[in-house]
Structures are given as structure tokens and as C-alpha cells.
Design a binder for this molecule. Structure first.
Ligand code: ADP
Length: 620
């Protein structure tokens, strides 16, 4: 829409659109005055604007709103007189409704953006997480307010990647550069924690960023966050310090407890050894006494004395074993062995007791090969069988069976005995638990056998099971690994011997005079001739004098050295493998496994029957 008018307001030209816009549609507007066609409420404003027109500022603008529609009026001076005052003005009206709407939308969007930015800045400040954007090619960075705050840099300063790197703590620079290189090389996100120095203080930051690379793997841009984790890191370091402190304290306490436990074990071992010596002598003297008394009453008394001494000895052994197991002083020596040999040994150990109680022990042979510590495994099976003998009424049957399991094998000892009530089954492997021995009669055991079996099983990685029905019997089983390689060692080789009959010379190596005297008495009663010596040197001296024993009975621990070494020296001196029976008060489970040729190990206190039995076994 276009119109033109003179300096006095007279309209010179008006097109149809202009006439319509001014409300004069169809009228020839020429000759009308501007004051007649302008909106009355704006005449003054427009006339004032027109007075400002000059040659240099020859255009003024004016916006008019009619309902939803907006018009932009441009008044342009097109002719001036010699004094520079305008003579003619051309007026152009443009419909700017759409532009105006877009401008309004833009303003609203801008206001919203400002608000979002303000909220984001607040959120970043609260969370102590700043954000940044990096142009990979120029190194130019955009930082959020929080990023500036974290880095302690004021907003106006230049923001470049180099500026960021220069703030990184010198000790962490290599690590930050390595993290960037790795993220670029592997096309992964950046994730690195590092320190920065800000005004003399150290801050910990956690940087995470997503990188955009071009086809050649060069960085195009990166967008990331940096979180101030100084506080959290402080807690972490404090926690680490406390954990280290605690760990040290626990380790000191554990060492102290281990030392105390080892001391307890040493004390118990020494006390046990010292107690066993008089027990040994008492037991042997009882045996000797039994041979010298004639009346049945006196023999019965001697039997009772022997039983009491034997149960005292069993208790001592159980207590010591328990202590050694608890202190971890028992070593494991796994190897492959034939199960059948072990079972036969256990049956032999318990045969006399079972016969005495009129029980039958049944065992089907097997060719299974186990892989574990043979002596410790035997101890578990032996305990099961001893219990089965103890808790089965005369006439009962004890069945020992072996069976393969997935990846291993097991031994089950089943009896037809008194059984165990269901409520007690869960407790019988605990220390000092006995069912039906409320009076704690010592002859009925100590309640330690199964506890020891459990400890031993844990030590060698075996599983124990029990099922039982009162009045019908119990089944105890132990399961272990099977041997992968067929290299089998015998559990214990029964030594051959040239020792045949009594009335043969025997050498007794024993430093305790009381025990030496008691053993001599037993052997002499049985028709042997006896030479007693108290250490290896005396024994060697007697051999040099031409003495040739058919067997040696020796304490395991002799003054200054152990019996195995002494026996080695003696056998070398006479160049003969003389059979040897070790008597020991040391129940350390290792001594049960002495691998010396033609040798028996017996634990004190022993009675006459044991000693003579061993000599006859060697002579067999
Ligand atoms: P102890 O036999 O010396 O009392 P154990 O620890 O070997 O100690 O056994 C704990 C308890 O478990 C025994 O007192 C006994 O009541 C019960 N028990 C163990 N084996 C059997 C069994 N074969 N039959 C019945 N009861 C058993």
C-alpha cells in the first residue's frame, strides 16, 4: 500500500490498498489532508515524527495495530527544498502481522531459554557439576558458570583446552592426557578423575565427556561435565585410611591371637607330654601288677585301673588334638592311596573292641583310590567306626562301605545301634556334645570325637553326613576327592621282621627312668632280655660293645634329637634294618605317619598288651 503527500498534508497519490487501509475504499483520496485520514489518536505522534525527517534521516517508521493485525508504516521524505526541509513524503504500509507473531514467539522462547539456563546454572551449582563444550579444531571451549566456579576462573577469561590442562595438578597431567588419548583411540567416552590446583587449594574432579570424531579419528567436538568430588574424595581417603588402620589393628590382633593360640598349643603339648609319661608308667606298672596278682578280685581291680588310665589318656589326646586343630598347627599332606587299605587298618584298630562287645564289622572290598591326606582321612573314618562300636548293642552289625560320588568318593559307616534323636542330630558335631550322657561319665567319652572329625574334614575339604533313627541305627559318611592320577602309596606298610620269639634281646631307648623301668618289667615278664639306654649316644655305645637287639623300643622324642634320626644312626652302625617300635607322648598327627621302614608308632600311654602286640606284629 502506497501513498504520497505534500509538506502541508495534501494527499498527492494513494493506491487502492492504501485507501482501504485508511478506510477510504473506492474514494479518490487526492486533495484530502493527512489529518483527515490518520487515526485521530495518533495524529500528533505522527506529525511530530514527520518533523524529524531530514536529508540524512529521511525515513521514520510507525507501527499500528488493528485487532490481531499489525501494519508497519514507513514515511520516506522524497523531495527537499533548498533549506533541507522536506517537500514530499511517500508512505508505504507493510502488513507485518506474521513477522510480529514470529517476533513474539521468539521473545517468549528466549525468555524460556533464559529461565532454563538460569535453572540449569542453579542445578549445576547445587550438584557441583559444571558442563563444557569443546571445539576440537580451534580448541575453543564454552563453559557453564559452575565450570568457571570449579576452576576458580572469572567469566571473562579466555576458555581453551590449554587453559584447562594448565589447571590440572602436575602429578595427574599424564593420567588425564592418557585418558583423552585412550578415549580418542578407542572411540569411547572420556571418564577420568584428577586433581586441579585452585588458588593454592587442591580439588578433585570427575570428568566425563562424549566425543565426536571425524572419519580420520580427529576430534570434532566434545561435550562433557566436570564434577567437583573433593568432598566425596576426602571421605573416601578418610575411609581408606580408617580401613587401613583397622586392617592393621585386626592383623595385629590376629597375630596376637595366633601367637597366644600357638603358645596354648605348645603348653598343652608340653603338659600332655609330661602327663603322658606318668600315665604311661602307671599303665605299664598296672599290666605288670596284673601278672603278679592271683585272685580274681585283684585282677578285676587291675582291669578297672587299666580302663581308667586308658580313658584318661584318650581324653588327654582328644584335648590336645582339638587344640592343635583349632590353632591351625596341623599340616595336610594330600596323596593318592587305596581306600581299601585304609579301611582294613581302621577295622584292625577297632577289632578288639568290637569283638569284646560281640559286634560284627562287615566290609565289601573296593578298588577306589582317594586323593587327600590319608592320616587325617583315616582319623575321621576311625572315629565313625569307634563310635559305631561304642553305641551299638552286643550282637549288632557295623557295615563299612565305599562308593564313588560325582568327582570323588565316600565312605559310609552304618551301624544297627541305639541311633540319635532327630533334635540332637544338628548338634553332635559341636564340641562337648553328648547325647544321653548328662552325668558326663568319663567312660562314655568326652564329646570331642565328632568335633575333631568336623575340624579335620574342614581342613582337608571333606563333607560329612549323618542320618539316624532312634532304635534302628545311624549312618555316618565322609566324602572326598578321588585321585586323578593312579600313583598310589600304601597307607602304611606292615614291616617284615626277623624278630621271631621272646627270649631275644631288646634295646629300650627311653629317657624317663620310670617308663624305662615299667617297659623293662613288661618285656622281661614276657621273656625278653632288655638293655635300657637313655639317648642315642648310649645306644651306639652298647652296639659298639657287640650288643645286637632283635628289636628296638624307642621314645619318639629323645634328648637333643628325634627318634627317627637316632634309629637311622643305629641301623647304619650295625648295617641292619632292626625293627623299631616308637612310643610317643606326642599326638601330633604327623608322628602317626612316620615312613621309616619296619617301624610301628604307638601313642603313650601304652599297656603291656599294646607293646607286646606291636613286637609280635613286627615278628609276624
Ligand atoms: P563321644 O562319643 O566321645 O561322646 P563324639 O563327638 O564322638 O563324642 O559323639 C558325640 C555324640 O554323638 C555321642 O555322645 C553320641 O551321643 C552321638 N553319637 C555319635 N556316633 C553315634 C552312633 N554311631 N550312634 C549313636 N550315637 C552316636
Amino acid at each position: 500500500m502506497i501513498g504520497r503527500f505534500r509538506f502541508d498534508g495534501t494527499v498527492l497519490f494513494a493506491n487502492g490498498a492504501y485507501a482501504r487501509a485508511c478506510g477510504f475504499a473506492g474514494t479518490d483520496m487526492r486533495g484530502l489532508n493527512l489529518c483527515e485520514i490518520l487515526p485521530p489518536d495518533r495524529i500528533e505522534e505522527i506529525l511530530t515524527l514527520l518533523t524529524t525527517l531530514t536529508r540524512d534521516a529521511s525515513e521514520v517508521r510507525f507501527e499500528e495495530r488493528a485487532g490481531e493485525n499489525w501494519t508497519l508504516w514507513k514515511y520516506c521524505a522524497t523531495d527537499f527544498d533548498e533549506r533541507g526541509a522536506w517537500r514530499e513524503v511517500e508512505v508505504i504500509g507493510i502488513d507485518v502481522t506474521e513477522t510480529k507473531r514470529m517476533q513474539n514467539d521468539l521473545l517468549k522462547a528466549n525468555a524460556l531459554l533464559l529461565r532454563v539456563e538460569r535453572d540449569l546454572n542453579r542445578a549445576q551449582r547445587v550438584a557441583k557439576i559444571g558442563s563444557w563444550w569443546l571445539d576440537g579444531r580451534s580448541g575453543f571451549c564454552l563453559w557453564s558458570d559452575e565450570t568457571y566456579r570449579i576452576f576458580g576462573i572469572s567469566r571473562g577469561e579466555p576458555r581453551t583446552f590449554e587453559l584447562f590442562l594448565s589447571a590440572v595438578h602436575p602429578d595427574d597431567r599424564a593420567c588425564v592426557e592418557a585418558a583423552w588419548s585412550s578415549a580418542l583411540a578407542n572411540k569411547t567416552d572420556l571418564n577420568v578423575q584428577h586433581r586441579i590446583a585452585v588458588g593454592g587449594a587442591i580439588k578433585w574432579l570427575h570428568q566425563r565427556a562424549s566425543l565426536s570424531l571425524d572419519e580420520d579419528g580427529r576430534l570434532v567436538e566434545a561435550c562433557g561435565t566436570c564434577q567437583d568430588i573433593t568432598e566425596r574424595k576426602g571421605w573416601e581417603l578418610e575411609l581408606e585410611r580408617r580401613v587401613a588402620e583397622r586392617t592393621l589393628a585386626v592383623s595385629v590382633a590376629r597375630d596376637e591371637a595366633t601367637r597366644a593360640n600357638a603358645e596354648k598349643s605348645r603348653f598343652l603339648s608340653a603338659a600332655s607330654h609330661d602327663l603322658r609319661q606318668p600315665l604311661q608308667a602307671a599303665s605299664l606298672f598296672t599290666g605288670a601288677l596284673k601278672r603278679r596278682v592271683a585272685s580274681e578280685d585283684q585282677i578285676a581291680l587291675c582291669d578297672k585301673l587299666e580302663r581308667s588310665l586308658s580313658s584318661a589318656s584318650d581324653m588327654l589326646r582328644a584335648l590336645l588334638d582339638m587344640s592343635r586343630l583349632e590353632s591351625g598347627a596341623v599340616a595336610r599332606e594330600p596323596r593318592a592311596f587305596r581306600l581299601q587299605e585304609l579301611i582294613e587298618r581302621v577295622i584292625a584298630n577297632n577289632r578288639a573292641m568290637a569283638d569284646g562287645r560281640g559286634l560284627r564289622i562287615v566290609n565289601g572290598p573296593n578298588d577306589l583310590v582317594a586323593y587327600t591326606d590319608a592320616a587325617l582321612f583315616e582319623r575321621i573314618v576311625d572315629n565313625f567306626v569307634a563310635n559305631a562300636v561304642r553305641y551299638t548293642e552286643p550282637g549288632g552289625i557295623i557295615t563299612i562301605s565305599s562308593y564313588p560320588t560325582e568327582g570323588g568318593l565316600g565312605v559310609a559307616v552304618q551301624d544297627t545301634g541305639i541311633g540319635i534323636p532327630e533334635h540332637a542330630l544338628g548338634r553332635i558335631f559341636d564340641e562337648y556334645v553328648q547325647v544321653g550322657n548328662a552325668e558326663r561319665a568319663s567312660a562314655k567319652g568326652l564329646g570331642l570325637g565328632l568335633a575333631i572329625a568336623k575340624h579335620v574334614a574342614n581342613l582337608i575339604g571333606c563333607r560329612l553326613h549323618v542320618t539316624s533313627r532312634v532304635g534302628h541305627g545311624s549312618t555316618f559318611s565322609v566324602e572326598t576327592a578321588a585321585a586323578s592320577a593312579p600313583s598310589v602309596q600304601r597307607v602304611a606298610a606292615a614291616p617284615e621282621s626277623t624278630c621271631t620269639t621272646a627270649a631275644r634281646p631288646i634295646l629300650i631307648l627311653e629317657d624317663d627312668p620310670l617308663v624305662a623301668e615299667a617297659v623293662s618289667m613288661i618285656l622281661e615278664d614276657a621273656g625278653f632280655t632288655v638293655t635300657c639306654v637313655k639317648d642315642g649316644d648310649e645306644a651306639l655305645a652298647s652296639l659298639r660293645g657287640g650288643f645286637r637287639p632283635v628289636a628296638i623300643l624307642s621314645d619318639y622324642w629323645l634328648p637333643h634329637e628325634n627318634g627317627v634320626i637316632v634309629i637311622g644312626r643305629l641301623r647304619a652302625a650295625i648295617d641292619a634294618i632292626v625293627p623299631v617300635v616308637f612310643m610317643t607322648g606326642d599326638t601330633s598327627l604327623q608322628t602317626r605317619d612316620v615312613t621309616l621302614e619296619r617301624c610301628e608308632v604307638m601313642h603313650k600311654p601304652l599297656d603291656a598288651k599294646h607293646i607286646l602286640g606291636a613286637l609280635h606284629k613286627l615278628a609276624a
